[in-house]
Write a protein that binds this ligand. Sequence first.
Ligand code: ZN
Length: 482
Amino acid sequence: MRRVVLLLLASLLLLGAVVVTRTFLLRSPAVAFTPAPPRAFDEARVAAVLGAAIRAATISPQSGEHAGPAFAELSALLTASFPRTFTTLAVETIDEASLLLRWQGADPALPPLLLLAHQDVVPVADAEKWAQAPFSGAIVDGFVWGRGALDDKGPLVAMLTAVEALLAEAWVPQRDVLFAFGHDEELGGRGAQAMATLLAARGVRPALILDEGLAVLDGVAPGVQRPVGVVGVAEKGYLSLELVARAEGGHSSMPDREPAIAILARAVSRASAPLPARFDGPGFAMLRALAPELSFSTRMAIANRELFSPLLERQLADNPVTDASLRTTVAPTMIAGGIKDNVVAPVATAVLNFRLFPGDTRAWVLAETERRIADRRVTVRPFDDFGSEASSVSPAGGWGFEVVARSLRETLPDVLVAPGLVLGATDARHYAQLSDQVLRFAAFRLRPEDLARVHGRDERIPIADLAWAVRFYARLIENASR
Ligand SMILES: [Zn+2]
């Protein structure tokens, strides 16, 4: 008996030693870098150009609608503001208002770099509540204000300013640098689709495609003091399923034991229970990258995930953002049934919206939902044609990721770089077939108070952040050129 106890004790000690060692081994990699040399450009002018770009109110044209005069205004503004860029680069207008630019590199054998941004913005519902009018492009208190300042005109203007500055130095890229600026990203990206199809037909295979998606998070990740450049290596897919429950209808004074609404209610409840968490994807990869900055106990749980995964899962599920980064989410979004308070409805319907984790296919989610409901009185079918599989996952150790990470470290002191999962949809998905390195990161910084500004009220960008974005994109183009 004593031997058994001793053996048990020894195993426990060994386990403890392994757990602690693995925790200490999880460190931030030491990355040597030198700051990029300062690049001269007129910061006040960049802010003024962005302000003017915001005043061209390019609200996404609804399907079937033409791109309005605001798009022509924006295009004229960009052409006038970046004269070197628009004369040196080949410029094509695709699908009415999308812009495709090509900067020819010195070595035609190298695969190009493709940078994406979109010209359109979402509408504003509460203009009277904004501190500055949403389409004023006002420059007040060191910020450029207005719809699109962050999403996505700030990054777009920063990219073009970077090109203009490099051209002013007579700098020539080694590889082609392409820019594709869609005009209806917020509505699904028909322009992006057209440009991607054209590039595919031309046999263009970019070494790296960089679109918006994630950003620099500053004080947003709990417990992390340093700014974190989160670079999206994948984006979630989209699927809505409709559940239809059928039963006997009739008078509510003599109801059937299980009317359609009750059947539907149980089905919705079963189908909206959380789907399994995935610890092998980009969501957990982000946590691993941030772990060295976190508390000892969190670091221990992450470093020894096999041992602590139920605990870890419970902790991460508490926060909707971390929860959504680890699994396919499901949200009941619509429900209908019944016409009168004393008539038993024979049919009741509900819609569930899923955001698919990479690897969880639409077919799997449909089958899994049917399995969970397990009731033949309920049919499950796709709600509409609008859906997409999750993207493939680009390598976080690949050449493209390294170029982005290096450009971040060289322009933003103290930054941490982590891979991440984009929870929404971007234009990047239309280009997925062109490259195996598709990354999603736009150069702006989000502080906790900024999280609601994208698509929300008081969207604005600090002029200092805009200037950093110019330095970042210039450095990115240079680093990709080597
Ligand atoms: Zn956007």
